[in-house]
Design a protein around this ligand. Structure first.
Ligand code: NAP
Length: 356
């Protein structure tokens, strides 16, 4: 049985230091000032060819303090009936926008950014559903603007190496994958992790990471079977997905907002297996066991917090006139949202955006 993946999503520049310039500097705008906007801005400042141009927030204080803390030249906020993000998008000196709002606002923000002629990097989950994802891809393609979902883990050295090992045939034919990710998120009806109006739940927040181990080594599945614990607010506190493949493979993925798991991924083939221990979204160590040769460990250094690699990819693609990343194509974001739509329909989870 041969490996089913035609495109193993391998980076064209795996050994490049992501901080080093690849061309003309890009001028960045960041929409929102929450947790991930802070981490990504910290890494953005490490890139030699990134200019931190502007940040937008709903509030003046948060906009100004974020700009000061991370070195953005300008701050925009909601004022006089005009949103901060609209004011940022009207800034001609912004080339590319990073959208870091909760998922439920991604479609609205990305659409506005593309309409304003900006290239876009948008956080995961890309959108709330596949309809929104397809619509954004169509606008980006029509306007010939770059658009990518910020699945940063896909670009990390340890993840790229896991994909490479699986695609190389060293493990033989891959037959099963397991991956888990979870943490106990304190319940609050207004936290974006739990709030239904923000797209709350484990599926849209976490499941992209266990799924990455399956799609990166087996491709997208033919069948998905889901179970989950749905809380009183109607969002999934945790879920378990079984993916089925016609070529004789399966994957079992667990995501939880209730429990700490080992955060381990295993990829098992007819000749051997590999395991990522400790952090499946930022793998620092892979253990590989093939036949009777004993175990081999490979370790990986990460530049900055790890977001530098996706930021380099966005920069390189835009500098080269590409409108999609070959490593994280829009079709994969659409397929992911389609898969999540199917899971939600099995679990009975719906969001306000589904009705629009
Ligand atoms: N790649 C990763 O490692 C990673 C990690 C964490 C999260 N994420 C993703 O990033 C996104 C944000 O997560 P986060 O943890 O940063 O969330 P967060 O800390 O709650 O921050 C979200 C920010 O978005 C803005 N915002 C909140 N509600 C809004 C609304 N209704 N309309 C417009 N803007 C709103 C706020 O910024 P202002 O007050 O400045 O407007 C808020 O600080 C999510 O989609 C999440 O899945 C990715």
């Amino acid at each position: 049985m041969s490996a089913p993946i035609a495109t193993p999503w391998l980076s064209s520049q795996p050994d490049q230091d992501p901080r080093s310039a690849t061309g003309k500097p890009l001028r960045w705008g960041v929409i929102a000032t929450g947790g991930i906007a802070r981490s990504v801005s910290q890494d953005l400042a490490l890139l030699a060819d990134a200019e931190l141009r502007a940040v937008s927030s709903r509030g003046r204080d948060t906009a100004e303090s974020f700009a000061g803390a991370y070195g953005f030249e300008r701050a925009y906020w909601d004022d006089g009936g005009v949103s901060g993000y609209q004011r940022l998008l009207a800034d001609d000196a912004v080339d590319v926008v990073y959208v870091a709002t909760p998922h439920a606002q991604h479609h609205q923000m990305v659409l506005a950014a593309l309409t304003a002629g900006k290239h876009v990097l948008c956080e995961k989950a890309f959108t709330i559903n596949a309809r929104e994802a397809s619509a954004l891809a169509a606008v980006a393609r029509e306007r010939k603007l770059f658009l990518m979902e910020a699945v940063w883990s896909r670009f990390l050295p340890g993840m790229q190496r896991a994909f490479e090992i699986a695609a190389s045939g060293e493990l033989g034919d891959v037959h099963w994958v397991t991956a888990d990710l979870g943490f106990p998120a304190p319940y609050s009806p207004t936290s974006r992790l739990w709030a239904r109006q923000d797209g709350g739940g484990a599926l849209l927040d976490i499941s992209v990471y266990p799924l990455l181990w399956a799609v990166g080594t087996l491709g997208f599945p033919q069948t998905v079977s889901a179970t989950g614990f749905i809380n009183d607010d109607g969002v999934d506190a945790q879920n378990a997905l079984t993916l089925g493949y016609n070529h004789g493979a399966q994957a079992q993925l667990t995501s939880s907002l209730l429990a700490f798991g080992p955060r381990t991924a295993t990829v098992a083939g007819s000749l051997g297996y590999l395991q990522s221990v400790g952090s499946i979204n930022n793998p620092r160590e892979l253990v590989i066991g093939v036949g009777r040769a004993g175990l081999r460990t490979e370790e990986f250094e990460v530049v900055g917090l790890g977001y530098t690699y996706e930021l380099r990819e966005v920069t390189r693609c835009i500098q080269q006139g590409l409108t999609e990343s070959p490593v994280m194509p829009l079709e994969d974001s659409i397929k992911t949202m389609r898969l999540f739509d199917g899971v939600r329909s099995q679990l009975g989870v719906s969001y306000a955006n589904d009705a629009h």
